[in-house]
Design a protein around this ligand. Structure first.
Ligand SMILES: O=C[C@H](O)[C@H](O)[C@H](O)COP(=O)(O)O
Length: 280
């Protein structure tokens, strides 16, 4: 294997640690995310499988074309979300996946996450929502206090190609306070949901193909720059309400823990800050 960069080694350390902790022989259904960090998670998964340390009937639910290929190349079985039975047939809990391991573009102190740098956030969010646990892996550059602090490429938004221009202009008309919950209810509600006075939405362009990125679902992606995101749920909701928006790459309160690799080889493990305070 060629020598890894520091960043890749950090990603690999985090991915290996998270897989070792979470992919126990009891895990039968595993969600597999997308991106460069997940490549290392699948590498470790294949090793565990070869060593007979995974469930004999382990199946993996992919989140993209890339993820499907990784799983197949590792000799693991894929499963379609539609073929999995809900764990709670009475409808109380839709989770049929034991745990999902996925990367992120940025993670805040409450483990709200920006995803979709690889345009896979629609399937990733669907799989995360069907999982009992979402575990995020990445290198230390993803570890932030507030979303938008380090990731400056914007929030990925998957949109229908037939209306991308109109969706772009509707997003750009959002104002920091326009969609804050109960904006008229008094001073407490007057906090801005995001930093910029006017968001900027850019149609993501393909590399080595003329024209826009087309997602695995046949849609386009707008990268929406709003600066720092002080209220991720309000921003997610405001954008999601625009007709033609298919999914927003903000995952609010879905992740239960995150593993970040550092350049010195150490790993930082995080849970939401509010839970740390509750435990103090
Ligand atoms: O659409 C892509 C996904 O959300 C990725 O998980 C995210 O972009 C992080 O990818 P990477 O591990 O390559 O930084």
């Amino acid at each position: 294997m060629s020598a890894l960069s520091l960043a890749d080694q950090a990603k690999r350390n985090a991915a290996f640690a998270a897989v070792d902790r979470h992919v126990t022989p009891e895990v039968r259904v595993l969600g597999v995310g997308t991106g460069s960090t997940v490549v290392f998670a699948v590498e470790r998964l294949a090793e565990l499988k070869q060593q007979g340390r995974t469930h004999p009937d382990l199946v993996c639910v992919p989140t993209s074309f890339q993820s499907t290929q990784l799983i197949a190349d590792a000799g693991l079985r894929t499963a379609d979300l539609n073929d999995l039975l809900p764990l709670d047939p009475t409808g109380g809990c839709p989770a049929s996946i034991d745990v999902t391991i996925d990367g992120a573009d940025e993670v805040d102190s409450e483990l709200n996450v920006i995803k979709g740098g690889g345009a896979a956030h629609l399937r990733e969010k669907v799989v995360a929502a069907a999982s009992k646990k979402l575990v995020i892996i990445g290198d230390h550059r993803k570890d932030a206090t507030t979303l938008g602090e380090k990731w400056d490429q914007g929030v990925p938004v998957e949109v229908t190609p037939i209306a991308w221009r109109s969706i772009k202009s509707q997003i750009e008309r959002l104002t920091p306070l326009s969609r804050a919950p109960a904006a008229a209810a008094g001073p407490a509600a007057a906090a801005a949901a995001f930093e910029f006075a006017s968001p900027v939405a850019v149609l993501r362009q393909a590399v080595r193909k003329a024209g826009p990125v087309v997602t695995d679902n046949g849609n386009f992606v707008l990268d929406v720059r709003v600066g720092k995101i002080f209220d991720p749920a309000a921003v997610e909701q405001a954008i999601k309400m625009i007709p033609g928006v298919i999914e927003v790459g903000i995952f609010c309160r879905m992740a239960s823990e995150a593993w970040f690799g550092n350049d010195d080889g150490s790993i930082a493990w995080r849970i939401p800050q509010s839970l740390v305070k509750e435990q103090d």
